[in-house]
Design a protein around this ligand. Structure first.
Ligand SMILES: NC(=O)c1ccc[n+]([C@@H]2O[C@H](COP(=O)([O-])OP(=O)(O)OC[C@H]3O[C@@H](n4cnc5c(N)ncnc54)[C@H](OP(=O)(O)O)[C@@H]3O)[C@@H](O)[C@H]2O)c1
Ligand SMILES: *[C@@H]1O[C@H](CO)[C@@H](O)[C@H](O)[C@H]1NC(C)=O
Ligand SMILES: *[C@@H]1O[C@H](CO)[C@@H](O)[C@H](O)[C@H]1NC(C)=O
Ligand SMILES: *[C@@H]1O[C@H](CO)[C@@H](O)[C@H](O)[C@H]1NC(C)=O
Length: 374
């Protein structure tokens, strides 16, 4: 029997995505162990914001009991750089899964990659921060212009969760198609909000009532202003624009419409904000009525016009027959208008949030890295 290879896995962040990922990792571990030659996935580190469980001798941590063991940890919380150095000394290739939404971690990606550690992550922060960080990450990555021994980096789930958005865009670009425009609904929260604020069939509640409903159903961030400010969508557009070849400086370097009334920007809490939001319903009612008069519905979209280098995020009206208008639930939709596809864009649609589908994108990235490390 051919001898297999051991790949060491570190998971940072064990929230919704992290936990789903660990479940998928356990399945992948069993599947790869049975292949010929087998690949031995060995979990050696699990870290959250205050605790870390690691294996001093690089022996496997049981995936099934890792979270329970992590809870019991009482040893001091090591600095991130100490953990990175521990990973760099592993007796084989290491893949680090960054399942946090932390920027501090993201800023050390170039260092991590230069130590030969690969990164897979749904975290948008690193890839939507300054253009200089983006450049440094891909200059360090072996699948960018970094040296062969460096780590690989994949971040499919940072846009559209498990939907194959980045891999599709990468293939369009790498096969020589010319991307003309990218347009879509990139936030599950905004999708849900506007699909119920102005359904194609008519009706829908007031804006404040729909925000409250979305929050009660767990579709928004704990403070809904973190969704309504448009920054999450702007981050995703920044990533797509950069892959399409535009050197976008940051998610605040293009027009982003915030749906937070200026008067409520300084509310002390999300609850205070929600309590006062109904006073501003007349503004959104006007937007809705104007669209309805033209036979349209209003949606919160992002678009990138590659030729004119124009990136923007905000409200737009769409004919009721437009695919963006007909979106359901909290689905995302992303249309790629390219030279090859002509006037019929390549459209990707489906759930753009949720632990399991996001973790699927992360696990898919892990499989790609494992193949590259063979
Ligand atoms: N959920 C989705 O649908 C979705 C979709 C696409 C992309 N994403 C992205 O996926 C990532 C994870 O999202 P999530 O929903 O799982 O978030 P979450 O539930 O808030 O979990 C975040 C995890 O990261 C840990 N963490 C935060 N800061 C840390 C630090 N400095 N060092 C170590 N651990 C740290 C937290 O630790 P504690 O457990 O100690 O608090 C927690 O375990 C985010 O970048 C998010 O934007 C999520
Ligand atoms: C990673 O983060 C996502 C989003 O919070 C979560 O659903 C998933 O369980 C996390 N995966 C791991 C391994 O922590
Ligand atoms: C996988 O590799 C680790 C580290 O070398 C080792 O301790 C473990 O026994 C291996 N597992 C299998 C199933 O071979
Ligand atoms: C490396 O992976 C990233 C993340 O998916 C991707 O954007 C990039 O195109 C890849 N680079 C190469 C050269 O394959």
């Amino acid at each position: 029997m051919a001898t297999g290879k051991t790949i060491y896995i570190a998971v940072v962040g064990v929230g919704g995505v992290g936990q789903a990922f660990l479940g998928q990792l356990a399945q992948l571990q069993q599947r790869l162990a049975k292949k010929s030659p087998p690949t031995n996935l060995t979990l050696i580190l699990v870290r959250r914001s205050t605790k870390q469980l690691s294996s001093p001798d690089y022996k496997p941590i049981n995936i099934g009991t890792a979270l329970a063991e992590l809870d019991k940890v009482t040893t001091p919380f090591p600095q991130l750089i100490v953990s990175v150095n521990y990973l760099a000394k592993a007796p084989g290739k290491v893949v680090l899964v960054d399942n946090t939404s932390d920027l501090d971690f993201a800023t050390v990606y170039p260092l991590v990659l230069s130590k030969g550690i690969s990164i897979v992550t749904p975290n948008k922060k690193a890839f939507s921060h300054t253009f200089s960080l983006w450049t440094r990450i891909f200059e360090a990555a072996a699948n960018g212009s970094g040296p062969e021994g460096n780590g690989f980096v994949f971040h499919e789930s940072s846009v559209g969760a498990g939907l194959p958005v980045l891999s599709t865009l990468n293939e369009l670009v790498e096969t020589g198609d010319e991307v003309i425009k990218i347009e879509g609904v990139f936030s599950g929260t905004m999708s849900f909000l506007f699909n119920s604020f102005q359904p194609v069939a008519g009706g829908g509640g007031t804006f404040a009532a729909e925000v409250k409903k979305a929050k009660d159903l767990g579709y928004t961030e704990p403070d809904p202003r973190d969704d309504l400010n448009g920054l999450d969508v702007a981050r995703k557009l920044t990533i797509l624009a950069r892959i399409a070849g535009l050197p976008v400086e940051s998610p605040t370097s293009f027009p982003v419409q915030s749906l937070i009334p200026a008067e409520l920007k300084d509310c002390k809490s999300g609850d205070e904000f929600l309590a006062q939001l109904p006073e501003f319903d007349n503004r959104m009612d006007e937007v809705k009525a104007k669209a309805a008069k033209e036979g349209k519905v209003v949606r919160f979209v992002g678009s990138i016009n590659v030729g004119s280098k124009e990136v923007k995020v905000g409200l737009e009206s769409f004919d009721k027959s437009h695919p963006i208008a007909a979106l359901k639930g909290s689905d995302n939709i992303i249309s790629f208008y390219t030279k090859r596809y002509g006037s019929n864009p390549l459209i990707i649609q489906g759930a753009g949030a949720g632990g399991e589908v996001t973790a699927m994108g992360v696990t898919g990235d892990l499989i790609k890295v494992i193949k590259l490390l063979r």
